[in-house]
Design a protein around this ligand. Structure first.
Ligand SMILES: Cc1ncc(C[n+]2csc(CCOP(=O)(O)OP(=O)(O)O)c2C)c(N)n1
Ligand SMILES: [Mg+2]
Length: 806
């Protein structure tokens, strides 16, 4: 463990020192003014970087073009020091300005001090990531930035060690990039932190983590957070030793400007050159304004602590150091501080105007519509008058769009009789609402999925081609041959997971491929689903094409937080400026047992909107999805059907080339009496039931939706029920799960309800987790007999005279 304090030979120029001092003051002034803006009601919430200014100035000095950041909400000074954030943008974020050109990191979709730098151009093509300082997009859940950080660092390892990747000079310069992370002391209590640190030590990647140790996680002090009260102490076991690579640990003090500069200089050089992970434990950090605008720290910090924080305020300490070393005078420093404060004040005023002006223009247009009408509404005397609503709106000092919309919609339903006759007020109001609503929807309800030309939905389908000689092979072999072609075709493709490398996957779908393509491309990992996912997210942000393998669908639950909070929101929360085209490969359905059922699909689809969900019924379909996904830039999950690895399928002649479109169901059996809608492994069970039903004169139209998200883009199911007028939604998820989702899609969104002659039904697994053994399965999940019975019952109810009682 290394600590450098107040080095004497600091050769940083006076000019730079004063610029740093000014920046620290500017950042602090912004925090102070920002807090006031929230407390006075102008902004909704604020979280700031006060107390962490000096650390971040030192840190930013080592951050080069091509490097990556994965940090958290305290990093405002760091971003400013890198030229990626300024005073005005600070206020655009604080007020939630939705103009993407102004509020570039998120378009107002997330809290303030959550940053991002685009990795794609507006046309979806990759930017030159080596010519910009990169920041992945921050999320609020504590330690949620850590698994992604691992992936960002791992990319450098791959770009360095795999010579075939040296050609991708706009993604990486031979892996010379460091992935910088930051985290608060309390957040190191999270499992994500430990999993990431361990994996980084195992993988030996250039990951540099700074822990800002201000002693608290909101109000909870370190003694409740960290064993022995010191993260660097307890990480000692991870520390590198001779011939035993681990993590290099450095310690510094949050107020020690020259010490921190030297510390980061040394630590990052090691990280960059040796590709060894490093951790900087920065102690004695303060938080002068408290955690956030949600409370005040006087409630939980002792008098003594508050006094210490004042004394060890990093800006105060920096000033003392400058004065002591004779580099500047009091007057010079006061002038710089005053200048910084003025800049912050000017930015506040300008930022506020820029936030308010479009809202006021929108409001004034509404008021004008009301004022310009001829009717004075004398007919009705009641409280809810057009006049009253308009007057109330005019009185709002700092309007937000909601005020305008509430008023317009209330006016609309209270337009008086004479207004109605004399003026076309309703039309005018509808026009106002339509125009502005379209604009508001663009601000908040867009970019969930990539809609640039690189969207996978634009990938043209290529059907599998068969000939008289196409052999029948076990499903796993289809995947294997397909992977073989893909790894040859896409040099940026990598896959990794538990048992993925050496044995080629638990179902041998990658058998022998590690030998052929090398360990850097097909790799085993530790048992660590969250960081497998994070590894994939980080790689995909850097332009690699990762397929992260999660051994069984049920274990995806370990990674679900990240899948939902990070991956699924990447495009949305950056207002379309970042993509993370990670493919998650897992296997599910029809395995037996509570933790091996592979069934909880609604858990997935309801938490990962923003990620496409493919549920192929066999391995040809699974391969078709991988082939499509690799041609686009969207994140997706492919759930291989567990019972399909050994079942025989015909090997397409164009293996590796055929592509399956997302959102296009497959009509597997034409029928006239009833439509069955299902997906994945249940398809096979349905096929069997359909055969038996045919023998009882029931003609079933069987539809495999193939992907749950997107869902039936061309409304094939609607066309089907126009013909059959009856529908059953079938799967092995819980009642009210994915079948309910499909039912809503078809009946409500597609308007299918109008064509039904029988009540729509669902058939699902039982509510309990599926039990072990074939019998456990039979009595937990829908069987061919269950399907037969429910459909027979529906038909008997519809045409009682035609069917006998069973
Ligand atoms: C998973 C999760 N749990 C709880 C929170 C609420 N929360 C936000 S910040 C915070 C404290 C974090 O403290 P620390 O990591 O020390 O960072 P600091 O704010 O002190 O810089 C908590 C509990 C959250 N955002 N995410
Ligand atoms: Mg803290």
């Amino acid at each position: 463990m290394k600590q450098i304090t107040n080095p004497s030979n600091n050769n940083i120029s006076k000019e730079n020192i004063l610029a740093d001092f000014r920046l620290a003051n500017l950042s602090r002034s912004l925090s102070i003014i920002g807090r006031r803006e929230v407390l006075s009601g102008k902004a909704k919430f604020g979280i700031f970087g006060d107390g962490k200014e000096i650390i971040q100035i030192a840190l930013a000095k080592q951050f080069k073009e091509g490097d990556w950041r994965s940090g958290y909400y305290r990093d405002q000074t760091w971003m400013m020091a890198m030229g990626l954030y300024n005073s005005l943008e600070f206020f655009h974020q604080l007020y939630g300005n939705t103009d993407r050109a102004l509020n570039t990191g998120s378009g107002g979709r997330v809290f303030n001090n959550h940053f991002s730098v685009p990795n794609i151009n507006p046309d979806g093509s990759w930017r030159d990531l080596t010519k910009q300082k990169n920041s992945s997009s921050d999320i609020s859940p504590t330690a949620g930035q850590m698994p992604r950080l691992l992936g960002l660092a791992y990319a450098s390892k791959l770009f360095r060690q795999n010579k075939d990747l040296h050609q991708f000079t706009t993604l990486s310069l031979k892996g010379n990039e460091v992935a910088f992370g930051s985290i608060g002391d309390a957040s190191t209590s999270e499992g994500h932190f430990w999993e990431t640190m361990n994996a980084a030590g195992v993988l030996q990647v250039p990951m540099a983590v700074s822990v800002y140790d201000d002693g608290y996680g909101i109000s909870v002090p370190k003694k409740y957070q960290t064993t022995k009260g010191s993260i660097s102490e307890i990480l000692k076991g991870f520390e590198s030793e001779k011939d035993k690579p681990g993590i290099r640990i450095f310690k510094g003090k949050g107020w020690d400007y020259p010490g921190l500069i030297k510390l980061y200089e040394e630590g990052i050089a090691i990280c960059r050159e040796e590709h060894t992970p490093v951790l900087f434990h920065i102690e004695e950090v303060t938080q002068p304004l408290g955690h956030s605008t949600s409370g005040s720290h006087e409630r939980y910090k002792s008098e003594e602590r508050l006094k210490w924080e004042e004394e060890f305020d990093p800006i105060k300490k920096m000033r003392e150091w400058i004065l002591e070393s004779g580099r500047a005078t009091h007057e010079e420093l006061d002038k710089l501080a005053a200048e910084a404060e003025e800049e912050a004040k000017v930015a506040r005023k300008k930022g506020w105007e820029m936030f308010q002006n479009p809202i006021k223009i929108e409001r004034d247009a509404l008021v004008k519509i009301i004022n310009d009408r001829n009717c004075r509404c004398t007919e009705e005397v009641k409280e809810d008058t057009v006049e009253n609503f308009t007057e109330d709106l005019k009185k709002v000092l700092s309007p937000i769009r909601k005020d305008n919309f509430v008023t317009a919609r209330k006016i609309l339903r209270n337009v008086c009789g004479s207004c109605l006759k004399a003026d076309n007020l309703k039309e005018e109001l509808h026009g106002w609402l339509k125009r502005n609503n379209e604009d508001a929807q663009k601000s908040y309800d867009s970019y969930l999925y990539n809609d640039t030309p690189t969207s996978v939905l634009n990938v043209k389908p290529v059907p599998p081609v068969y000939s008289a000689y196409s052999p029948e092979v076990p499903g796993r072999q289809i995947l294997r041959e397909n992977y073989d072609k893909l790894f040859t075709k896409y040099p940026l493709l990598v896959t990794f997971g538990e048992d993925t490398g050496g044995i080629g996957g638990v179902n041998q779908s990658l058998e022998g491929l590690q030998k052929k393509f090398g360990e850097l491309r097909i790799t085993d990992t530790g048992i660590r689903e969250a960081t497998i996912l994070g590894q994939g997210i980080g790689l995909s942000l850097r332009g690699m094409r990762p397929i992260a393998e999660i051994q069984y669908l049920d274990y995806l639950m370990y990674a679900l937080q990240l899948l939902s909070d990070d991956l699924a929101t990447t495009h949305y929360r950056t207002a379309g400026r970042m993509v993370a085209p990670l493919i998650i490969s897992t296997r599910g359905h029809r395995l037996e047992g509570i933790w091996h059922s592979g069934s909880p699909m609604s858990m997935l689809i309801n938490s990962v909107r923003g990620v496409y969900v493919c549920a192929p019924r066999d391995m040809t379909r699974a391969a078709g999805f991988y082939n499509t996904l690799l041609e686009g830039s969207d994140p997706a999950i492919v759930i291989e059907p567990l019972n399909g690895y050994r079942l025989k399928e015909k090997m397409p002649d164009n293996i590796g080339e055929f592509r399956l479109q997302l959102g296009i169901p497959d009509l597997l059996n034409q029928g006239t009496d009833l439509t069955v809608v299902t997906y994945g492994s249940t398809v096979k069970v349905a096929v069997e039931a359909v055969k038996h039903l045919a023998l009882h004169d029931i003609s079933v139209e069987l539809i495999d939706v193939q992907t749950l998200v997107p869902f039936d883009r061309n409304k094939m199911i609607l066309e089907s029920i126009k013909k059959t007028s009856r529908i059953l939604f079938l799967d092995e998820d819980v009642p009210g799960g994915t079948t309910a989702y499909m039912m809503q899609e078809v009946l409500e969104k597609q308007g299918g309800w109008q064509f039904l002659d029988s009540p729509p039904k669902t058939l699902t697994a039982k509510e309990h987790r599926p039990a072990y053994t074939t019998d456990g399965d039979y009595f937990s999940k829908p069987s061919a007999e269950d399907i037969f019975d429910i459909i027979y019952g529906m038909m008997k109810e519809a045409v009682p005279e035609k069917y006998d009682n069973i």
